[in-house]
Design a binder for this molecule. Structure first.
Ligand SMILES: CC(C)(COP(=O)(O)OP(=O)(O)OC[C@H]1O[C@@H](n2cnc3c(N)ncnc32)[C@H](O)[C@@H]1OP(=O)(O)O)[C@@H](O)C(=O)NCCC(=O)NCCS
Length: 157
């Protein structure tokens, strides 16, 4: 992706349901974003599961994605990432907003997620969207080993 392509693409981005044909681009972003990336099979399962939310933010190509699943009375945001060259352009916020809207449509109580303690960028995003710290999960991550900060957004009724 060239810088100019990223800039023009970011001006006309749609958020839509993830499809099988998105997976090559989704996996490239996943590999660039996480030390322990999800395998293709995890995304294939997410696409196939009717109760999971799997969306991409895309222009002429995939720029970001989010996977969420209902968990007890909340929507668990299980995965979210934006292409490294498309970051700081509001796409992460749009994807989380989509998840929050989905949780409201399902009449759930809130949204929740886990984030590496060192991932201050993501924590700042969640904080700005109203998520609050809800405890630390010791040893939650491996490769590298790290605790997780559990964060939750309570939805108003
Ligand atoms: C976290 C991530 C999804 C954010 O996506 P994004 O599209 O860059 O986020 P946005 O542009 O919507 O940012 C919204 C706000 O979040 C905060 N934020 C996002 N990235 C930040 C950074 N690098 N440094 C500081 N604040 C940041 C800012 O408050 C920002 O608002 P601002 O740009 O008006 O200051 C993206 O950085 C990413 O894919 N990271 C790698 C994967 C990852 O960590 N996923 C989360 C796992 S829990």
């Amino acid at each position: 992706m060239s810088d100019s392509a990223t800039t023009s693409a970011a001006t006309a981005v749609a958020v839509r349901v993830m499809e099988g044909t998105d997976l090559e681009q989704v996996l490239a972003i996943e590999l660039a974003s996480f030390p322990t990336p999800w395998p293709r099979s995890a995304f294939e399962l997410a696409i196939a599961a009717p109760d999971l939310l799997s969306v991409v933010a895309c222009s002429d190509r995939v720029l970001g994605y989010l996977v969420g699943c209902p968990d007890v009375n909340d929507l668990l945001i299980a995965n979210v990432a934006v292409h490294p060259r498309a970051r700081r352009d509001g796409l992460g916020r749009r994807l989380i907003d989509q998840a929050v809207d989905h949780a409201r449509e399902l009449n759930l109580d809130g949204c929740k997620l886990d984030v590496r303690m060192s991932n201050e960028c993501a924590q700042r995003l969640y904080d700005r969207l109203g998520f609050e710290p809800h405890g630390i999960r010791r040893g939650y991550y491996q490769h590298p080993a790290e605790d997780a900060l559990h964060m939750r957004l309570r939805l108003a009724r």
